[in-house]
Write a protein of this length. Sequence first.
Length: 264
Amino acid sequence: MTATTLAFDGVLIAFGVLSVAVAWKLLRGRISRGLIVAALGLVLLSFAHLSETLLGIYFDFMGEGRPELVHRILVLLGFLLLVYGLARIGDELRRESERAVQAETNLVEAQEELRVSSEALEQRSRELEDARAEAAERSPIRVILVESNPDLRRLLTILLAEEGDMQVVGQAANGQEALTVAGQVRPDIVLIDDALASRDEIAALKSAREDAQVIVLATYPGGLWEALAASASDYVLIDSGSERVVSAIRRAAQRGIAVESKPH
């Protein structure tokens, strides 16, 4: 009987160790309060039964008196700790499962947001490619510069070269050269210094190419009405800034397109 009891106590202790190992595995090697409490309960249960067996072997204890009371208290406390620890482990596993589900949900949402962002980025990329292709298909605005000052011509050339839709196709230092260049390169815009932009000069440039738009680049605002009366498209002060000059060229080019598109 004693050997059988010891064997059962050994099985109980082994079961306790196995239960702790399984709980440890389920918790992925992390220490938890539930696991500690359950392990303590198993230890108390194992010790309670083993102590009763040892008392029976060495002291002929038959389950009476204070030792029996202590034994029962240890068993009760062990069961309480075991049940409480298992409940805590279950709660910890439940929270772990909820966190895993929430993490999976967040991952799915993040993947969806990434997909939407990727589609929007692809759409934007296609729009940019289409815009680049459309810009490449459009011919640049062809400009000739009529200015006696070579430094200013060089500055204007650099300025217009920075614009993707403009190209300086010719330069002239006086009216006669301007007429020759205009006849050769067929400009869309003639940007001419006000010192060279007499009424006759503007009329001659318009005759050289009917749909060419003449823009007078002026130092002072005094000649505005004369230039407009001579059929100049615009009158731009040189001090008004590069944006004003570029804007005037684009507006005049649009008017030139409108002239070309009219039925004759």
